[in-house]
Design a protein around this ligand. Sequence first.
Ligand code: PRP
Ligand code: ZN
Length: 283
Amino acid sequence: MIRLAIQSKGRLNEDSLRLLQDTGILVDDAKRKFLGKAANFPLEVLYLRDDDIPGVVADGAADIGIVGLNETAETGAPVRILRRLGFGRCRLSLAIPKSVVYPGRSWFEGRSIATSYPRILKKFLDENGIQAVIREIRGSVEIAPAAGIADAIFDIVSSGGTLVSNGLREVESVFVSEAVLIGRENLSPEKQALLSSLLFRVDAVQESRGKKYILMNLPTPQISKVLELLPAMRSPTIMPLAAEGWSSVHTVVEEATLWDTVEKLKEIGAEGLLILNLDIVVA
Ligand code: PRP
Ligand code: ZN
């Protein structure tokens, strides 16, 4: 049995559960539950506050966890970063009231900054030789300047909406974060084997994200052009069609450039394109 800690509610909860679901592991997303058990994999899920996850993994109360890199860095817990997961992207930034003219980092000298991330902030201030007062508060950091608690804030920025609605402006982006899979040191051989099996599935899920499967018919003389256009995973699958002089081409393309690719394929004579969702890629 291996025990995974994930966020019980908040920005990473849904994506963490979706990742588990995509790896074929069935867990109940009972939000009020503290400990759940997967139906078809020897895995327990511990639902926690994100801030507590790195420490719980370091202590061994959980073996692995899904949490923001920001929380991991802030706690300084001795855990291994096993994988970057590509969701929960955000940054930790310094923000000041939008009416203030910002001359550069020296502005923070002697000022007070409210944050829930004192450790990461202190490192930044030290590295830049800035003396400032850090006021640690646990939540609602964004109201601190208006409430007269601090001159500036250091907090998570994702869409930037919270800053805008509080009359604040991001002036320094200090730390870039995303969700990571963390693990403790010294797992037993049994747990290590379960972790390897889980990582194998996670890698396959990650590999398939942002990709589509594409099928098309193409005049056979154009095949060399399609090979230039689609430097896919390996080479595409090419099969002759019953119609003389035509071939069927199957391959995987990046979703981000899908429509550019489709246009170019049309230009070289591709017809009857089918674009399908891709569930899993096992490399
Ligand atoms: C963070 C942060 C802001 C907000 C920023 O809080 O404290 O309130 O997200 O996001 P935005 O730029 O998209 O508006 P979060 O909801 O993650 O809660 P937590 O920090 O208390 O865990
Ligand atoms: Zn939190």
